[in-house]
Unconditional design. Structure first.
Length: 282
């Protein structure tokens, strides 16, 4: 029982977040529901569910510095001990993980049968584990991303140096959602002066990412040409950068929709923990 509790805690910790089908659900074993009635009648299933949910909640709140609620649906106690479960849901008014910051966050596993394996004190996924999620990006969330350690490091890599002197350096940007657009201001420090690129854009989901559309530039220095400014604004866009936090060899994030409503960006998509057991990723 202790091992399966650890498994389920790690599931939610690694997940932190019908659609276009970009995943394949595993087939459940035969007689998967067998024994569920007895568990419900004795109350064992209900007790196990509450204990595990409590541990999941405590772990997530500590990891994400938030107040999260979880809802775990089990088959029965036996299946739970084998790392099998029906579904996992969680929601929170605010989550922060690395550079990712979202408000009114909700997530739910997509497949009707899920399984994880715990061996040699390591967690493995015999099948990809997809979650659908939704949330809002507020002006506070954007500022949280700009202030994050990950985004700050990204900024620090954008400079030109000669003989130990920085000739060109990108400073911390500003961004604000209002009137159906996002307004950006990105300052640059040169040897001679500080210049600034100001622009606004609409938001859309394209190729599973949040992208800027219908960009309108304000005044900008002719020291920076058009192609260079477009490249920098895309790379240093804190809204796009948020999702990069979750994109690595362990997981894949797909943004299915993104639109501005009032002073917020509404987003939803799929986050998939990749298979890493019984495959080349093992």
């Amino acid at each position: 029982m202790k091992k399966i509790i650890i498994i389920l805690m790690l599931i939610t910790t690694l997940s932190a977040f019908a659609e276009e089908c970009s995943y394949i659900c595993p087939a459940p074993p035969e007689n998967i529901e067998k024994g569920a009635l007895l568990s419900r009648l004795t109350g064992t299933d209900f007790l196990s569910k509450k204990i595990i949910e409590s541990l999941i909640t405590n772990e997530l709140n500590k990891e994400l510095n938030c107040n999260i609620k979880t809802d775990l649906t089990l088959f029965n106690l036996k299946r739970t001990k084998q790392g099998e479960f029906k579904s996992l849901k969680f929601k929170s008014k605010k989550i922060q993980y690395k550079a990712l910051s979202l408000s009114d966050f909700e997530a739910e596993s997509l497949c009707p049968y899920n399984k994880v394996i715990y061996e040699n004190k390591k967690l493995y996924y015999p099948n990809a584990l997809p979650f659908k999620f939704s949330g809002k990006i507020t002006n506070e969330d954007i500022q949280n991303t700009i202030n994050s350690e990950e985004f700050t490091k990204e900024l620090s890599r954008n400079y030109i140096k000669f003989n130990g002197v920085k000739l060109f350096e990108v400073k911390s940007p500003q961004a604000e959602i209002k009137d159906g657009r996002v307004y950006f201001s990105i300052p640059f420090q040169t040897m001679f002066a500080r210049i600034k690129i100001s622009f606004s854009a609409e938001i859309e989901a394209e190729n599973n990412k949040i992208v800027l559309k219908n960009t309108q530039f304000g005044s900008k220095s002719n020291i920076i040409n058009e192609s260079m400014s477009d490249s920098l604004t895309e790379e240093l866009n804190p809204i796009t950068y948020q999702t990069k936090t979750l994109e690595d060899k362990h997981g894949k994030i797909e943004i299915k929709s993104a639109k501005i409503s009032g002073n917020e960006i509404l987003v939803n998509g799929i986050y998939t923990i990749k298979q890493n057991y019984g495959s080349e990723n093992e």
